[in-house]
Design a protein around this ligand. Structure first.
Ligand code: PBG
Length: 330
């Protein structure tokens, strides 16, 4: 028998009731933490399912506008719009990326016209628009940096003109944040924010996303290791983030999410920046499929994955589960 009063400190006391557990909780997830990535296609069909991304569809512009309204009504602060570009519009040099009337620009303009009070973010990277599926321009089989950055600047300005609030360079070219900041400012878009995909890894978890936007066949088994980061590296992520901040990033991102929580924690602690995690398509799909097959409780593991990102230091999370999660929270 332990002595009366032993042990003095009993960690379990604060866990005794639901209300104490709530009282001492160190982190909480709210709709304000969620960014919802959405796919838009150029056709009339309201929704086209993505087989490798359970519960996610490519939306027509009309359906997108409706869905952004749903997101707004449950308090989601921002959506990230990704275009599914017609294969016939993809070229070696991604000219469609800076066509002012391209799909993503039409979608952004439609959303901004229908709704205020919700932010719209767009990726800056060439992969939806290149015939080879890479984020940059290819010359003699290599992805060239500086020439790509010139095109990214044109793409960013084009998207800002369409009404995009947050430009999110996801291409991992060197110097792109500074160049894009300069290009935006020169065109009078000082208020347009930059969320830099600063520590973006060459991950195998992007597969379902590439199916969704249709870039997988273009890339045809190729990888992005000459520009995205090696999953073995951590210090290098800090150098990437430091550069992006120096170049003018307003917010930084670590991507993927759950496999890279150590990076998220280091970035948040060292830079104290608004820091975001991207729960990418592969990690979302794994949790969903495991839930659908009753291997785990799908809803609970999703909630646990999202609070894990918060605990690691994320100010917010990009997740395909944003709408369903925000609905539960409101
Ligand atoms: C485009 C881009 C990718 C993702 C976001 N922007 C794919 C890639 O870099 O190949 C991945 C998102 C996800 O998997 O959910 N550069």
């Amino acid at each position: 028998m332990p002595k009366p009063g032993f042990p003095t400190t009993r960690m379990r006391r604060n866990r005794y009731d639901d209300w104490t557990r709530r009282l001492v909780a160190e982190n909480a997830l709210s709709a304000n933490d969620l960014i919802w990535p959405v796919f838009v296609h150029g056709g009339d069909e309201a929704r086209i399912e993505v087989p490798t991304l359970p519960g996610v569809s490519r939306l027509s512009i009309k359906e997108l506008v409706k869905n952004v309204g749903d997101a707004k009504s449950v308090g989601i602060p921002m959506v990230a719009v990704f275009p599914v570009v017609e294969p016939s519009l993809k070229t070696e040099d991604a000219e469609e990326a800076y066509n002012a009337d391209n799909l993503v620009c039409r979608a952004v303009a439609a959303v901004k016209e229908a709704h205020d009070g919700i932010g719209v973010m767009c990726d800056v990277a060439l992969d939806p628009f290149t015939s080879h599926g890479h984020d940059g321009l290819m010359r003699d089989g290599k992805i060239v940096n500086d020439e790509t950055v010139d095109v990214l600047c044109k793409q960013a300005v084009t998207q800002a003109k369409a009404g995009c609030d947050v430009i999110a360079p996801s291409d991992m070219m060197d110097g792109r944040v500074g160049a894009i900041r300069g290009a935006l400012d020169e065109e009078g878009f000082q208020h347009v924010r930059i969320m830099a995909y600063s520590a973006k890894y060459a991950s195998a978890l992007y597969g379902p996303f590439r199916d969704a936007v249709g870039s997988a066949p273009n890339l045809s088994g190729g990888d992005k290791k000459t520009y995205q980061m090696d999953p073995a590296n951590s210090d290098e992520a800090l150098r990437e983030v430091a550069l992006d901040i120096e170049e003018g990033a307003d917010m930084v991102m670590v991507k993927p999410g759950l496999f890279y929580l150590d990076i998220l924690r280091r970035v948040k602690e060292i830079f104290s920046m608004p820091t975001f995690a991207y729960q990418v398509s592969g990690e979302y799909a794994m949790l969903k499929v495991a839930g659908q097959q009753n291997l785990v409780d799908g809803e609970k593991v999703m909630d646990e994955a999202l609070i894990a990102c918060k605990r690691a230091g994320a100010n917010g999370i990009l997740t395909y589960a944003a709408l369903e999660t925000a609905k539960k929270l409101t």
